[in-house]
Design a protein around this ligand. Structure first.
Ligand code: BGC
Length: 455
């Protein structure tokens, strides 16, 4: 029996998140096109290739793994490029494949949250001008309609866009994703269209499925200034306002206000969310540097106490979760799902530490009476990590994948996450068993009581 316990609510959702291009393999979308350009944007010019081979049939064994882990939900995305091979047709065989997946999840009592856009587009959509074209809005709304018609009997939990600001910044500002552009003006245009598309998708899904829960996954990053001087505070504040806050505020108010830009009024956008999806990972400590024009004159560095992480990642920083939750909660006031969180780590102890630290913080937030309703850990198994491709430093999985053989191995962090999920709690026994090195810190016992002083 448990001695000490951090108990989660009885209806808490436990799962992982994945994205089509990262796990399915044999994709044919804008990212495939990008990989095929071999333009040195992707680590070692690698291609996703078979990825985790879900399209080849390995989804079945991995769904079995979700059951083994005790999960009652899974967030996955479906590939627009597969279902709409061009603007005017629908591929019934792709629909049939995904229906088989949803059927299987249903028999496992795993509730799917389905993302409609996770960083990729069909190439026909890109050829029309992608998110810079005003046609993009109606195209996406049609896609949402196709999806709800095809899967509405299995799915009523929708996530329209994954990390819209990350996507537009990568595709149109820093140019690491297709179409590789570098223009603030284009980035602003793209985010405006995406928000209009989200609003249209929300409305069409709601009209067909009034009970649906619809939202998007918003990435929040803790940005802090390395140096106290105001010249560093200014860019850090502007980035926080633009990257973190503009989208939540627009969802709440129907007004998109990017720093230094004129306000754009999108009346149909206001209130188009039934929940808040929060993707939370890291902290960037940054500042102004005239030496770095290629990163928009910003530089960043890791604090001395941060666990080792790839340079580009910023700091692995579970300590920032409450701040991130506070920002979205104060703006949006709807139930929150942690739609992604995780850590890139070669050393699995870091992943274990991260899991414990983030879950304790989620527990604290819930006990402060802010409704976090579930967690989607990023991610079930190692997969294709965008510009980091199969770089061994960027492994996030509860299962390790050997991409030569497709063999999966449960990591100790996966076993820990499983036991917590099955107990719906972090117990002193689980920590003693899986991560005794953190026991004293989490359950300080008499030593902890001694430190409580009345002064
Ligand atoms: C993205 C995932 C990605 C993860 C780790 C998130 O921002 O949604 O697709 O794999 O971060 O980089």
């Amino acid at each position: 029996m448990a001695r000490a316990i951090f108990q989660f609510p009885s209806d808490f959702l436990w799962g992982t998140a994945t994205a089509d291009h990262q796990v399915e393999g044999q994709s044919n979308d804008s990212w495939t096109y990008w990989e095929n350009l071999q333009n040195n944007k992707v680590y070692q010019n690698q291609r996703a290739g078979l990825a985790c081979d879900w399209w080849g049939g390995r989804w079945r064994e991995d769904f079995e793994r979700m059951s083994y882990l005790g999960h009652n939900t899974h967030r996955l995305s479906i590939a627009w490029s597969r279902i709409q091979p061009d603007a005017h047709s629908v591929d019934d065989s792709a629909i049939a494949t995904y229906r088989e997946w949803f059927q299987d999840l249903q028999t496992r009592n795993i509730r799917p949250m389905v993302t409609l856009h996770h960083f990729t587009n069909p190439m026909w959509f890109e050829e029309e001008g992608g998110w810079l074209s005003s046609k993009s809005v109606e195209r996406f709304v049609r896609w949402a309609e196709i999806a709800v018609d095809a899967f509405g009997d299995y799915v009523d939990f929708w996530c329209t866009f994954n990390e819209p600001m990350v996507y537009v910044a990568q595709a149109y500002l820093v140019g690491f994703f297709y179409p590789g552009q570098r223009s603030l003006r284009k980035m602003f245009k793209a985010i405006e269209h995406i928000l209009r598309a989200h609003a249209g998708a929300y409305q069409i899904i709601k009209a067909k499925q009034p009970q649906a829960q619809i939202g998007l996954a918003k990435h929040i990053v803790i940005f802090e200034s390395i140096w106290p001087h105001f010249i560093n505070q200014i860019p850090v504040r502007l980035i926080h306002q633009g990257f973190n806050m503009a989208v939540p505020r627009a969802l709440a108010s129907g007004e998109l206000k990017m720093p230094l830009q004129r306000k754009i009024v999108i009346p149909e956008l206001g209130g188009t969310y039934d929940y808040v999806g929060l993707n939370y990972y890291q902290r960037y400590k940054g500042g102004f540097s005239p030496m770095h024009p290629q990163t928009l004159f910003l530089t960043q560095k890791h604090g001395p106490d941060a666990p080792p992480a790839p340079e580009q990642w910023g700091e692995i920083y579970p300590q920032g979760l409450q701040k991130a939750v506070g920002w979205v909660w104060n703006t949006l006031r709807k139930p929150i799902y942690i739609t992604e969180t995780g850590a890139p780590a070669t050393n699995d102890e870091i992943r274990q530490w991260y899991i414990i630290m983030i879950l304790i913080r989620i527990w604290r937030v819930i006990n402060g009476n802010i409704p976090i309703k579930g967690i989607y850990y990023w991610t079930l198994l190692d997969n294709f990590e965008w510009i980091a491709a199969y770089n061994p430093e960027f492994r996030f999985g509860l299962y390790e994948v050997d991409f030569e053989t497709q063999v999966r191995t449960l990591r100790p962090s996966g076993a820990l996450f499983r036991d917590i999920t099955l107990a719906n709690a972090i117990t002193s026994e689980i920590i003693e068993h899986h991560a005794p090195q953190f026991y004293e810190g989490l359950f300080p016992g008499e030593a902890g009581l001694q430190s409580v002083k009345f002064t």
